[in-house]
Design a protein around this ligand. Structure first.
Ligand code: URA
Length: 266
């Protein structure tokens, strides 16, 4: 594949009908590939083609009618998701995971903005001070199942603690701990980070309020930061905070598969 700005110009190109051509990243965002910033990154990485040719030029404008693809798949706004929208967002800490906030704080729906092209709703919750993966969709049945504990979607969280995590603490978390109110957590999968002794990954399928933070404090540790990295087999991947991307229905359904620790490391 050649690596040139095939058919793209940096100036104000006009299409056959006299309408101005659209910047590639704007086209991709409007087609629902992801946020403008995410689409710029795709272009920079050489994953976007126009009429079969890689385009890395950020200012490039795509002539209407050109065949635009990401990783070889057409990005023409056609929904690869059975008519439903599924979005993976890396929620920054300090953003509310509900659709509306009575105090006017930024919500996950605000972060996705008009880019989704349709009204979408968050699937389940993620605390205000927790970052990471949250799914948004307009598919009510999917939202219900993916957020309901009875369907057992696993969620994986990476926590950084204020001090090193011992193997004993990890073992207690694995067995289950009393997080108050008479609730003892079910057995969890817990992985200590080899590179940083303050970090661990906790995989749970329950969804009590602030459960991971409460589990970690139950073993005498303080959480410095918490990030959700997976909902089942649907993973955060390389999305930076505030970035989002459209999922195919198949990718969204991975939310019901077990989280495969070790297979998804970036
Ligand atoms: N557990 C927490 O403590 N916080 C979250 O946001 C999710 C799970």
């Amino acid at each position: 594949m050649n690596d040139r700005a095939n058919g793209c110009t940096e100036g104000a190109a006009q299409d056959n009908g006299g309408r101005p051509a659209e910047r590639l990243q704007k086209y991709l965002a409007r087609a629902g590939v992801g946020s403008r910033r995410y689409c710029e990154e795709l272009i920079r990485c050489g994953r976007v083609t126009v009429d079969g040719q890689v385009v890395r030029l950020l200012g490039a404008k795509a002539p209407p009618g050109a065949k635009i693809a990401v990783d070889g798949k057409p990005a023409d706004g056609a929904e690869p998701s059975g008519g439903r929208l599924y979005i993976a967002l890396n929620k920054p800490a300090g953003v509310i995971s509900s659709a509306k906030d009575q105090f006017g704080r930024t919500t996950v729906v605000d972060v996705v903005g008009a880019g989704a092209g349709r009204r979408v709703y968050p699937v389940g919750r993620l605390d205000y001070d927790t970052s990471g993966l949250i799914l948004l969709t307009d598919d009510g049945e999917f939202a219900y199942k993916a957020s309901h504990p009875k369907f057992g979607a696993e969620k994986a969280y990476e926590a950084a603690c204020a001090s090193p995590v011992s193997e004993e603490a990890a073992e207690s978390l694995r067995r289950g701990v009393d997080i108050g109110g008479g609730f003892v957590t079910s057995p969890a999968r817990v992985y200590l980070c080899v590179e940083d002794p303050r970090k661990l990954t906790v995989v749970i399928h329950e969804g009590k309020n602030r459960q991971v933070r409460r589990m970690i404090s139950a073993v005498g540790l303080t959480v410095a930061s918490l990030k959700r990295v997976a909902i089942g087999g649907a993973v955060l991947g390389g999305l930076a905070e505030g970035e989002w991307r459209m999922l195919t229905r198949t990718e969204a359904m991975l939310a019901f598969e077990p989280y495969a620790y070790g297979l998804h490391q970036d």
